[in-house]
Design a protein around this ligand. Structure first.
Ligand code: NPW
Ligand code: ADP
Length: 281
């Protein structure tokens, strides 16, 4: 097994996307998130984080019944209602979409599993988080068969245990090995969240984030992380670097906020962190 690299901007800073004079919103990356109902906050947090991380367009596909809830609180985020499976499918298959996210607030249901399969079938980068991990409980091979393009799984310990039937260890070295084996078995990046988030590539490479602020242990912080990763993927960052950069930016935003942070604070702080990572003019 490869030794872990410590997460640091030197690993990915040169790959961070930057707009230029000929950019327009579609060339800056189009993120599509499947938004759940009745749990609607999670996808909205992810969407705000994706937009603040530089995607030119961030859209949430939502069941028609939930449209007023989403649309009443979002201005820059495009809310796209769907009435049935085929209209959701059309949103997912839109050629302009650059990366997809499913899971935050999605519900543990057959419909979430089918939507995850539809997303993977597009061969666009996909981030699979939260409920979209849980729907594959104990059956990661079902995911493996469908992963055809860059894909990032973002489990917390509970989701890792449910998906892989394996309790993540407390000892760091063992956790790293577990994440590496999981990534190799499922054939995509496994980002095992925690104080020291581990980002494992199926090719054996692994990046270890230094301890993040414990204030991140708050509802919705993981949704924000998923949004940042999806945004960087839509902006054509390679998956391992996108996951590592997102994890670093997420932790720095929490550090900047300090005590009393809630997940809603994080997207607002991303621009400051990104500004500090841009080459000086
Ligand atoms: N604003 C919103 O709308 C928000 C909505 N959200 C949405 O809510 C939905 C449910 O998501 P969820 O993560 O809260 O619960 P779930 O998937 O049922 O698993 C939790 C179980 O796993 C275990 N567990 C072990 N280690 C753990 C760890 N490190 N961190 C956490 N849990 C850990 C633990 O069980 P224990 O080990 O304690 O018995 C726990 O009971 C999902 O759609 C999500 O997107 C949230 O994103 C928040 C903001
Ligand atoms: N004790 C901790 N110290 C540092 N970071 C933590 C700690 N607990 C959780 N985190 C981070 O906070 C985020 C929580 O994500 P998650 O559990 O998915 O929350 P949610 O589902 O509510 O969005 C992850 O990025 C994780 O790495």
């Amino acid at each position: 097994m490869t030794e872990p690299q410590i997460n640091h901007p030197a690993l990915w800073q040169s790959l961070l996307p930057q707009p230029n004079a000929v950019s327009h919103k579609y060339t800056r990356g189009y993120v599509l998130i499947q938004g759940g109902y009745p749990v609607t906050g999670a996808a909205r947090l992810a969407a705000m984080a994706a937009a603040r991380s530089g995607a030119g367009i961030t859209a949430i596909a939502v069941p028609a019944i939930a449209f007023p809830i989403y649309a009443s609180q979002l201005l820059s985020i495009v809310v796209k209602p769907y009435s049935d499976d085929s209209s959701l499918q059309a949103l997912i298959n839109d050629n302009r979409v650059g990366a997809l996210l499913i899971g935050p607030g999605a519900s543990v249901s057959d419909s979430t599993r089918l939507t995850a399969f539809s997303m993977l079938k597009t061969t666009k980068p996909v981030v699979i988080d939260a409920d979209a991990l849980t729907v594959f409980a104990g059956k990661p091979e079902r995911l493996r068969k469908s992963i055809l393009a860059p894909c990032v799984l973002t489990p917390h310990d509970g989701e890792f245990k449910t998906l892989f039937n394996l309790q993540p260890a407390n000892v760091l070295e063992q956790r790293i090995k577990q994440a590496q084996l999981a990534a190799a078995s499922v054939g995509c990046i496994v980002l095992l969240k925690g104080s020291q988030t581990i980002i494992a590539d199926p090719d054996g490479r692994v990046i270890l984030n230094q301890p993040a602020p414990p204030t991140l242990a708050t509802a919705g912080a993981g949704d924000v992380l998923a949004g940042i990763i999806t945004s960087l993927l839509a902006q054509e960052m390679p998956a391992l670097e996108a996951a590592a950069a997102a994890t670093w930016i997420h932790a720095e935003a929490a550090r900047l906020c300090g005590v009393g942070m809630i997940a809603d604070d994080l997207p607002e702080l991303i621009p400051t962190i990104l500004q500090g990572l841009m080459p000086s003019e």
